[in-house]
Design a protein around this ligand. Structure first.
Ligand code: RM4
Ligand code: MN
Ligand code: MN
Length: 379
């Protein structure tokens, strides 16, 4: 692909940033308050809009409920659209209420299962009001000890609940089903891997697809191969981008393993892109800055993947030229695409150098002053 084509494709890239990535977050040891942290969903949206202004690529904001719950969803939608954004995926939250100690839709008690399904139904409505086209589901459900619950019964409960949700799914929405190896459950997570999610999706129907979070695998797992497989099956629904060294670390995307990110984009770049969302938690770094850097890293990984000479690659593959094929990937990976991405951003009316622009814009200082006034933090 020529650099002009790459620039064109970059201009079409849309990444959803997560409302929950802008608020205060921490580890189980401590949460360090940041100055200028948003106090409610409206301010979280304002931060998302600033990331979009600087990068040109972050035009949608994913929401999490009840963290982002408001009385008036029309007002929230107006605010989001007034900031030049649209609503991304809606993420129901079935992991914080004390009732969910032993699970949500897999809970042994039918009352808790009903409560969980009611929340999922409520989120279908919220999404309709906000104009969202996806429910992004992640379940913390699992067990901590062998024998704690019946693994097959839990699986059946999970399938029954999701079938009910799927049957009520408005035509404009799809269901994305995320998996995660472990945490908070430490013995058996009910949806622990891509295969478990895929089986559920296949039972539900075409509008149920798998969501891949880069932090949700065992060490050494070949994520790009999972991407190729799900994509080939037409079941790759989307991503939660982040990076990790050890577990679900939720670090800035591309910060630890940029080559893996490039290989994932290489698998994606041949087809229409699925939903691309960031799912990060910035505990010690400035949040808006971290989100901007994540978008820049995504732009660069995508640009490099588009630059791969696919004809040369497949010729080398056909000829059994092992290193020639590998080199075809490395050639693209080693290309400096910073200027190309800067040009694409400029063409979008965004910043050539988004981090530098953010630092000189005074945005952080301005919100630090504006958000000083004590106000209950709704999250
Ligand atoms: C989980 C998972 C979900 C996210 C929550 C907050 O580990 O990645 O996608 O909604 O964290
Ligand atoms: Mn996630
Ligand atoms: Mn996660």
């Amino acid at each position: 692909m020529t650099p002009d084509h790459v620039e064109q494709r970059l201009r079409e890239l849309v990444i959803e940033t997560p409302s929950w990535g802008y608020g205060d977050s921490g580890t189980r040891f401590a949460t360090f308050r940041q100055s200028g942290r948003p106090r409610d969903v409206f301010e979280r949206v304002d931060d998302a809009a600033e990331v979009h202004r600087l990068t040109g690529t972050a035009g949608a904001v994913a929401l999490h409920f009840p963290w982002d719950a408001v009385d008036d969803y029309d007002a929230l939608r107006d605010h989001i659209e007034g900031r030049g954004l649209r609503v991304g995926a809606v993420n129901p939250n079935l992991f914080q209420d004390p009732d969910y100690k032993l699970g949500s839709i897999t809970h042994p008690d039918a009352r808790v299962r009903e409560k969980s399904v009611a929340h999922l139904f409520e989120c279908l409505q919220i999404a309709e009001q906000l104009g969202s086209s996806a429910q992004s589901l992640w379940f913390a459900d699992g067990t901590n000890y062998p024998g704690q619950d019946d693994l097959r019964a839990r699986r059946q409960r999970l399938r029954d609940a999701l079938a009910r949700v799927y049957s009520e799914l408005p035509a404009a929405q799809e269901l994305l089903i995320e998996y995660k190896l472990f945490e908070p459950a430490f013995y058996a997570t009910d949806l622990a891997d891509w295969g478990s999610s895929l089986l559920v999706c296949q039972k539900l129907g075409d509008r149920a697809r798998v969501l891949v979070d880069l932090g949700h695998h065992a060490q050494g797992v070949n994520i790009e191969q999972i991407v190729a497989l799900l994509s080939d099956e037409g079941r790759l629904g989307g991503f939660h981008f982040n990076n990790r060294k050890y577990a679900d670390d939720d670090l800035i995307v591309g910060s630890v393993n940029p080559f893996e990110l490039f290989l994932i984009f290489f698998e994606l770049a041949g087809d229409a892109l699925p939903r691309l969302t960031i799912d990060q938690s910035h505990n010690v770094e400035a949040k808006v800055e971290a989100m901007v850097l994540s978008i820049v890293n995504l732009q660069e990984a995508y640009a490099k993947a588009l630059l791969v000479d696919r004809d040369a690659l497949s010729a080398a593959q056909q000829a059994g030229d092992v290193l020639g094929a590998h080199e075809a990937l490395l050639d693209a990976y080693r290309t400096d695409v910073r200027d190309l991405c800067a040009r694409a951003r400029a063409a979008l009316g965004a910043a050539e150098d988004p981090i530098a622009e953010l630092r000189t814009s005074g945005y952080a200082e301005r919100v630090a002053t504006e958000r000083e006034t004590p106000q209950e933090i709704t999250r």
